[in-house]
Design a binder for this molecule. Structure first.
Ligand SMILES: *[C@@H]1O[C@H](CO)[C@@H](O)[C@H](O)[C@H]1NC(C)=O
Ligand SMILES: *[C@@H]1O[C@H](CO)[C@@H](O)[C@H](O)[C@H]1NC(C)=O
Ligand SMILES: *[C@@H]1O[C@H](CO)[C@@H](O)[C@H](O)[C@H]1NC(C)=O
Ligand SMILES: *[C@@H]1O[C@H](CO)[C@@H](O)[C@H](O)[C@H]1NC(C)=O
Length: 284
């Protein structure tokens, strides 16, 4: 290892890789971060895979070498796409032919009590979401609907910028959603009904004290409901409190069971983080 003997070089490499990271949509983890300047976002329109070119398909295409590019190839009856021209750019392939082979158009809106509802341009995503929040013992509901993976890419980009430059607090709005299991986990065992899979997850939380408010005051107990769906356009248009849902604890139990079922593979992300920590420790 050359790097750990030279902390400056290590920091330089590490710093550059953060600055030039390419964020992409990931069909299982919601988002991912490519690791170099020419990092690619990948989408296979036949299998529905979205990722950070995990199998090095794009990076090994001779005609894409050292280019900023975006486009799809026909390979053995399947259509596979690569781009590196913008963060989250593999979302753009959902709407190109064959259109909506995987992913769909989501309703993109915001309803806040005592404000006019806001309807934004629909967006394309592998998963649509609705998020309902209200005080636990009732009262008006705030509803946001939109594109789940896109939201997560934006969350982590903003968080990373804030960690580096302390100048972007946008991620705080989506903090709670980012801590929830991914839509892929939420929908994994859901059957299709009329072409749509959907499920709502219920949880409770304490409202963060507003800026300038007395933090010692009793926090307000809130209830939240995150619904994910896929399969048909605007599948996130409805979703209210009365629909069927399961609790976050039930879902977490289910996820644990799935892990055991596949042989209890150790958490790879955890391994990476601890390796990185050891790495940093060695540098100083
Ligand atoms: C794309 O998906 C199809 C269908 O699952 C698969 O046969 C093909 O190998 C995949 N292509 C790439 C480049 O991953
Ligand atoms: C491509 O599709 C055609 C017609 O559907 C089929 O005959 C052929 O075997 C397929 N080729 C591959 C490599 O899957
Ligand atoms: C935060 O600071 C960085 C570096 O100065 C800059 O590139 C970026 O645009 C800033 N972001 C916001 C949201 O102001
Ligand atoms: C499926 O669609 C049919 C006809 O539109 C409707 O009657 C039925 O209730 C739907 N089923 C589900 C589970 O949404």
């Amino acid at each position: 290892m050359v790097l750990h003997r030279n902390p400056l070089l290590f920091l330089l490499v590490f710093g550059i890789s953060i600055c030039f990271a390419r964020y992409c949509v990931h069909n299982e983890k919601s988002w991912c971060r490519g690791h170099n300047i020419w990092g690619w976002c990948f989408h296979n329109k036949s299998s529905g895979v979205f990722n950070c070119d995990d199998d090095s398909f794009c990076v090994s295409q001779e005609q894409l070498k050292n280019k900023k590019s975006s486009g799809c190839f026909a390979r053995d009856n399947s259509s596979v796409c690569c781009c590196n021209d913008a963060d989250g750019c593999n979302l753009g392939f959902i709407g190109v032919p064959p259109k909506y082979a995987h992913g769909q158009q989501c309703v993109n809106s915001m309803e806040v009590p005592n404000e006019d509802p806001r309807l934004f341009r629909p967006c394309d995503d592998p998963y649509c979401y609705s998020l309902l929040t209200a005080e636990e013992d009732g009262g008006p509901t705030t509803v946001t609907r939109g594109c789940h993976s896109r939201k997560m890419v934006m969350h982590f980009m903003s968080k990373n910028e804030d960690d580096q430059f302390q100048n972007n607090t946008k991620w705080r709005e989506t903090k709670r959603m980012a801590e929830m299991p991914s839509c892929s986990e939420i929908l994994k065992d859901q059957p299709k009904a009329n072409g749509t899979r959907s499920l709502c997850i219920d949880y409770t939380f304490d409202q963060d004290p507003e800026e300038g408010e007395d933090a010692a005051e009793e926090p307000i107990r809130m209830k939240g409901r995150l619904c994910c769906c896929d399969g048909t356009n605007k599948c996130n248009e409805q979703a209210m409190w009365a629909d069927e849902g399961i609790s976050l604890d039930e879902l977490k139990e289910e996820i644990e069971k799935r892990k055991v079922a596949v042989g209890g593979v150790p958490n790879y992300d955890g391994f990476l983080v601890s390796t990185l920590l050891v790495f940093v420790a060695m540098a100083f």
